[in-house]
Design a protein around this ligand. Structure first.
Ligand code: SAM
Length: 289
């Protein structure tokens, strides 16, 4: 650990932020690489005469920050880490950086299944870094979960994240196209969740470069209209869900009505759009009969 004065640190911090970038990314850098917790950052300004301890020196932190600004590479990939709900997750460019708005998907599950002692059997399709499945496996310790992804490299990150976050063994990982690795679980799921790739092709082409140049295309692109994967997931869900089992999907900001219609066509009931914190109909949920 390197000891520096708070005054020197505050001067350096001001200089870095004046170059550009956002405060949240800077806080991720300081926490993941520098070892300064975001909560502690606020206190440093209150005591400029004090001292603080860093895991890496200011020159090193500055070089990572410059890299982020020059290449527009997400800071989470440069640091190899992100924070999501109360998890600290490893991320590489093989997985989507889990978004803050997706955190709500876990709260939707909490609202449906209120007892944490429930013995659920859940599946997450397209787990990426494993964020959603790991949060659920930890929250419902008596449950069993299965998490799938088409990309073996992504699954390896998810497995590492599960091992790092949990002492449990209630989550299994499978590689394959949507439902296909889950053939042996037909009719057994209480709940299936997915945040699939849902960006329409023309929108994908215009994504900001920090997303398009760095995050995996397979995690973002949802075909011509963005609904290719959502259709496939919904069409086959009735084979895998128990009677009255729930399907919870994240969708693009303007897709909830279309997703609702696909669910109706597939005989789902209790269909509802759930808004995110910005009031966008971000999630569509339903039960199979
Ligand atoms: C939007 S990302 C979501 C990742 C993670 N669940 C999250 O919320 O941060 C979509 C994930 O679906 C996976 N995926 C894409 N196509 C797939 C397919 N055909 N079958 C299974 N998984 C797929 C991608 O590799 C990616 O990890």
């Amino acid at each position: 650990m390197l000891c520096i004065s708070a005054k020197e640190f505050l001067f350096w911090k001001k200089k870095q932020l004046s170059k550009g970038g956002d405060y949240e990314s800077f806080a991720v850098l300081l926490d993941c690489v520098g070892g300064i917790r975001t909560n502690d950052l606020n206190f440093i300004g209150l005591n400029p005469e004090g001292k603080l301890y860093l895991k890496k020196n200011l020159e090193f932190l500055e070089s990572v920050w410059n890299d982020h600004l020059i290449k527009s590479c997400p800071i989470q990939y440069l640091c190899g880490t992100t924070f999501w709900r109360d998890l600290k997750l490893k991320v590489t460019n093989k997985v989507l950086i889990p978004r803050p708005e997706t955190e709500l998907i876990v709260d939707i599950v909490f609202n449906i299944f209120r007892k944490k002692s429930e013995k659920l059997f859940f599946a997450e399709l397209g787990t990426g870094s494993g964020a959603i499945s790991i949060a659920l496996a930890l929250a419902y310790p008596l449950s069993d979960g299965v998490a799938t992804d088409i990309d073996q490299d992504a699954l390896e990150i998810a497995i590492k994240n599960y091992i790092n976050s949990s002492q449990q063994s209630n989550l299994k990982f499978y590689c394959g196209n949507w439902w296909s690795p889950l053939e042996s679980y037909k009719g057994k799921l209480d709940l299936a969740i997915s945040n699939p790739p849902y960006i329409p092709k023309d929108t994908y082409e215009k994504l900001p470069k920090e997303v398009k140049n760095f995050e995996p295309k397979v995690a973002l692109l949802g075909g011509e209209d963005g609904l290719k994967h959502i259709r496939e997931i919904i069409n086959k869900a009735p084979l895998f869900l128990k009677k009255k089992g729930w399907l919870i999907l994240e969708n693009h900001f303007d897709q909830s009505e279309k997703v609702k219609q696909i669910l109706i066509k597939n005989k789902f009931t209790s269909i509802e759009t759930v808004k995110d914190l910005s009031g966008i109909g971000r999630f569509t949920i339903g039960r199979y009969k």
